[in-house]
Design a protein around this ligand. Structure first.
Ligand code: FES
Ligand code: FES
Length: 279
């Protein structure tokens, strides 16, 4: 018997092994063994992070404590738990049949009360009948205020993170934007979708576009035109195409790509205002 398993953990695991198949078949006889976590409403949005005041979530002060956050900034509730070494945060809705998960602190796992699916702290499915992983999020504690920060939108590092609703960078760092016909695709941390910067003509500032296709929300990609360093914009899902200003040149996209305000100062610093992403 492994030394690091408590008797309670062993009992829980044995019960799970017996009950999960029965629960998955909808059979009675295996009582619900976990308690739901307390709902917390709200949080304030700051550059793609939901900030939850420490006083609102005392559960997260102790290892094993957990809450379910419901915020207009995320499409679904988020389970946040204190793991003892940090926070685990993931989609709180089970992908099997939509029940709400609860945190099992002693195992550092989330469990579904309906049919026994289990998930690791990073959202990886461990136990069926669920077969797909949960979306996981980063969460951290503000070292100054103690507030909990939930990072909803990870970036890919191509552009700097959103700060005060803006993405700011030196134009010279992106040579593709110095050439007419150039385009750069990236996802700034804190933005709820990918961003396209393009250079449609030689005299004007770059253009900033949402890379979310207006047909069914796939990511629009820069596609080489054949002339070196020049691109058009193409959606790989159903073939919509756009010019570098975001105008539709090939359907089924029903509308142009959304644009963001771009300013370039005398020293070549570009500021793209992406603004708030939820209220
Ligand atoms: S809803 Fe069936 S295991 Fe979660
Ligand atoms: S989602 Fe882009 S063309 Fe359909």
């Amino acid at each position: 018997m492994p030394d690091d398993l408590t008797r309670r953990q062993l009992v829980r695991r044995a019960t799970l092994a017996v009950c999960a198949p029965a629960l998955a078949r909808g059979l009675a006889g295996c009582a619900r063994r976990i308690s739901p976590n307390r709902d917390v409403q709200g949080g304030t949005l700051v550059d793609g992070r939901v900030v939850i005041p420490a006083a609102q979530v005392p559960e997260l002060d102790r290892p094993g404590g957990a809450i379910v956050l419901r915020t207009p900034c995320a499409p679904r509730p988020v389970l946040i738990a204190n793991t003892g070494t940090g926070f685990a945060a993931m989609d709180a809705i089970c992908p099997h049949a939509g029940c709400e998960l609860a945190w099992v602190g002693e195992d550092l796992q989330a469990e579904c009360p309906c049919h026994g699916s289990r998930f690791a702290g990073d959202g990886t499915v461990l136990n069926p009948p669920a077969r797909t992983n949960l979306q996981a999020f980063a969460a951290s504690r503000d070292p100054t205020t103690g507030d909990v920060r939930l990072h909803l939108f990870a970036g890919d590092g191509v552009f700097p993170p959103v700060q005060d609703g803006k993405v700011v960078f030196p134009l010279a760092s992106y040579p593709a934007l110095l050439q007419t016909g150039g385009a750069v695709l990236g996802h700034p941390e804190g933005m709820n979708g990918p961003l396209l910067l393009t250079r449609p003509d030689s005299g004007a500032n770059p253009v900033a576009l949402s890379a979310v296709c207006t047909h069914e929300q796939c990511t629009v990609q820069p596609a080489p035109t054949g002339a070196p360093g020049t691109f058009t914009l193409y959606c790989p899902c159903h073939g919509s195409a756009f010019d570098l200003t975001g105008k539709v040149t090939h359907e089924p996209a029903p509308a142009p790509l959304s644009t963001f305000l771009v300013e370039v100062d005398a020293s070549g610093i570009v500021t793209v205002t992406v603004g708030a992403i939820c209220s």
